[in-house]
Design a binder for this molecule. Structure first.
Ligand code: GTP
Ligand code: MG
Length: 307
């Protein structure tokens, strides 16, 4: 009798598992969205209506360092979570994440990759807001759009990143001159726009130099070039051991020299050593990964792998 009961129970479990409801067919409407193999996957996110968001939160013009550093923090959180991202590039309200061309992350499913990266970036932006905007209340939840673009060749990928960095340069030169004319020159925004209409890059340099005593070349690199995030091994100043970190750089990635110096990106090798110059202060973003910050906040930091 006992063994019959066990048999009945097992049979009913088996049937329950096997049985398909008549609704099950709707599953077939979900289409396979796997991305082409052997191509660089770029996920670009961009802030929704950040013109309004930046005004509402009183971002400094033309650049707000707090906003850029918050973007870098959110992007580094994404990189620490998704190890197949080999390089990221950010400027203004946008960030591009490049996944190595051989990644098998989520079987290369487009929607999984794009939505996880976008939602982790967005939640991190909100999560770390107070760390960068201490006295500014987040007045409504920001959101970001995202897209995935595939680049089949290394040259395509380099040209993509060069395009974004050139965009940063063009916009920053324009915005720096525009806001100098308005804030320091007393022009209205309409007058400044008219003044800059049809001008070339050299004209804007000249306006800044002759009218505002500003040499554009001396503007901070983070504004002129944006931020490149790379995985590097650096010497931990605490004990001299090498630690892998996500490192922010504000360098020209259009030049060949950038790709020669950071050859591991295109050749898909492990992270290389980076000699941090003794004379330059390590950025907060790195100090916090090494747990060398002054402990001004008590949020848990993502783990840093040790060699
Ligand atoms: N003042 C200030 N504004 C910024 C800064 N960074 C980004 N922004 C604003 O964010 C905008 C980003 O440009 P877009 O992404 O083209 O415009 P958007 O308003 O976000 O519109 P959509 O992306 O189409 O939703 C800029 O035009 C600025 O208005 C900053 O550091 N300071
Ligand atoms: Mg935007």
């Amino acid at each position: 009798m006992q063994s019959y009961k066990i048999f009945q129970h097992t049979r009913s479990l088996y049937l329950t598992k096997m049985a398909k409801s008549r609704f099950e067919y709707v599953r077939d409407f979900e289409l396979d969205d796997r991305l082409l193999p052997n191509s660089w996957i770029v996920v670009r996110i961009d802030g929704k209506n950040f013109h309004k968001f930046s005004t509402k939160h009183n971002f400094q013009k033309p650049n707000d360092l707090r906003a850029l550093e918050l973007m870098n923090k959110a992007a580094s959180t994404v990189m620490l979570e998704f190890k197949d991202i080999s390089i990221s590039y950010g400027q203004s309200d946008e960030y591009s994440f490049v996944l190595r061309k051989d990644t098998s992350l989520y079987n290369r499913r487009n929607s999984k990759i794009m939505t996880y990266i976008n939602s982790l970036f967005t939640s991190s932006y909100v999560f770390f807001w107070k760390e960068f905007f201490e006295d500014v209340k987040l007045s409504y939840p920001p959101s970001f759009d995202s897209r995935i673009v595939l680049y089949p060749t290394d040259q395509n990928l380099r040209d993509y990143l060069s395009w974004r960095q050139a965009d940063c340069h063009i916009n920053n030169l324009y915005n720096t001159t525009f806001w100098a004319l308005v804030i320091r020159g007393g022009l209205t925004t309409a007058e400044a726009e008219k003044r800059l209409c049809g001008t070339f890059s050299a004209d804007k340099h000249e306006i800044l130099f002759s009218e505002f005593n500003t040499n554009y070349n001396n503007e901070p690199d983070i504004y002129k070039k944006g931020t490149v995030l790379l995985r590097k091994r650096i010497k931990d100043p605490k004990h001299g051991k090498r630690r892998q970190v996500v490192l922010p750089l504000h360098e020209d990635l259009i030049q060949d020299s950038f790709w020669e110096k950071n050859h591991e990106i295109l050749s898909i090798q492990t992270s290389q050593h980076f000699e941090w110059p003794d004379t330059v202060q390590m950025p907060d973003l790195v100090l916090k990964q090494l747990k060398l910050d002054n402990g001004s906040h008590n949020q848990r930091e993502p783990c840093v792998t040790e060699d």
